[in-house]
Each structure stands twice: as C-alpha cells, then as structure tokens.
Design a protein around this ligand. Structure first.
Ligand code: ZN
Length: 79
C-alpha cells in the first residue's frame, strides 16, 4: 500500500500503518464491523486515516452485501 498519509492532520503526530476494527454505520445505524482494516493510526491522539481505496472497498462490500465471515449480535440499549 502506498504511504498516502504521513503526519496527523489533528496534532501532527506520526502515523503508523495498523490493522483495525472499523465500525460501519449508515444514517446512524450500525451496518457492520469490518475487521483487519488497514488504517493509518496517529501515535499521539489515535486519529485514524483510511486510504481512499480501502474506503471504496468497504463501501463495495456493504453495497454488494458480501457474505460476512461471521455474524455476532451487538447489544442494544435504550437510554
Ligand atoms: Zn494525532
């Protein structure tokens, strides 16, 4: 993957490529959780940055309703 990002836009910290769990929401609804997503994570404030191609792939996965690797129930609460 190309090094799209180098420094954090928020605090100027150094970004490191990590694999993270990304929560995908649409209009406030939890759609799914994508694991093992490559993201640039700030070593100071924890801000995450995603490459455009990564976001596009996730969008495609969600639109095409790719069969999930596994499904788990997320507890929901009412305030
Ligand atoms: Zn930062």
């Amino acid at each position: 993957m190309s090094n799209t990002f180098e420094y954090c836009y928020q605090c100027g910290g150094v970004l490191q490529l990590q694999r993270v769990k990304k929560i995908h929401t649409w209009k406030g609804e939890l759609i799914g959780v994508i694991e093992n997503v490559p993201a640039w994570v700030c070593n100071q404030c924890g801000e995450r940055y995603y490459d455009g191609e990564v976001l596009e792939k996730i969008d495609r996965m969600m639109k095409e309703r790719t069969t999930p690797t596994r499904t788990f129930t997320v507890p929901a609460y009412v305030y």
